[in-house]
Design a protein around this ligand. Sequence first.
Ligand SMILES: Nc1ncnc2c1ncn2[C@@H]1O[C@H](COP(=O)(O)OP(=O)(O)OP(=O)(O)O)[C@@H](O)[C@H]1O
Length: 250
Amino acid sequence: MLSVTSVTKRFGGLVAVDNASLEVAPGSITGLIGPNGAGKTTLFTLIAGFEQPSSGAIRFDGADVTGLAAHKRAERGIARTFQIVQPFAGLSVVENIAVGAHLRHRGRSDAHAKARAVADLLGLTAMLDQPASDLTVAGRKRLELARALATEPQLLLLDEVLAGLNPSEIRDMLPVIRQIRDQGVTILMVEHVMQAVMSLCEHIHVLAQGKMIAQGKPAEIAAHPAVIEAYLGHGAAKRLQAAPEGAPHA
Ligand SMILES: Nc1ncnc2c1ncn2[C@@H]1O[C@H](COP(=O)(O)OP(=O)(O)OP(=O)(O)O)[C@@H](O)[C@H]1O
């Protein structure tokens, strides 16, 4: 469904994404993880078309979309959420979701009907007429997801939708994300909450300092020496191997 091939993004002298490639299979929940500053959000920005890569190609649904503007990619079915959630504070929850729904529903009542259906899926029905500014952090995260989902994407890019949530709020979100996928939306997610990534994703790509350093099934990634090194520092994989079971890892 999505192929990112040898994509590089430079900001002046800084190489934020360095010759990175990844594939997302249709119908999958695929993870993109990596330490802070690895280039994950930048890669999302390139996939969604808010910025253009310095080199490399992005194919979606069989077509080269590399040079296509963000709104054209949205029309083709790519939607993203933003790490920093900024709803229109003066608008109600339903009106915020309808902003997304307007992509495919020109009339106000159609857009609102779509918005209500999406709100239902995300457990926001009771808050429909509240100002978005009244929502809790967890509510805002759901609203951000709803706004993206209301564009009726084929591919949904989730940028840290679990950040800032407490453990029980995270537990509540996992089935919501699975349900979105079960309704036919392919998901690529950037996430730091590792337990969630491991339980949700069928396949995970790992970015570190702009480069793809590993990819595979969750269990393969958790045991991958390059991933352990990227997260815990040079020599960590060896130290973990050497440490006897149950001993504290220095
Ligand atoms: N518009 C920009 N101009 C200049 N540098 C940028 C820009 N966007 C990102 N960067 C830099 O690119 C690098 C990658 O940042 P990015 O936000 O993509 O990483 P990330 O993996 O999403 O990090 P985090 O997990 O902390 O959100 C960082 O060094 C960042 O400072």
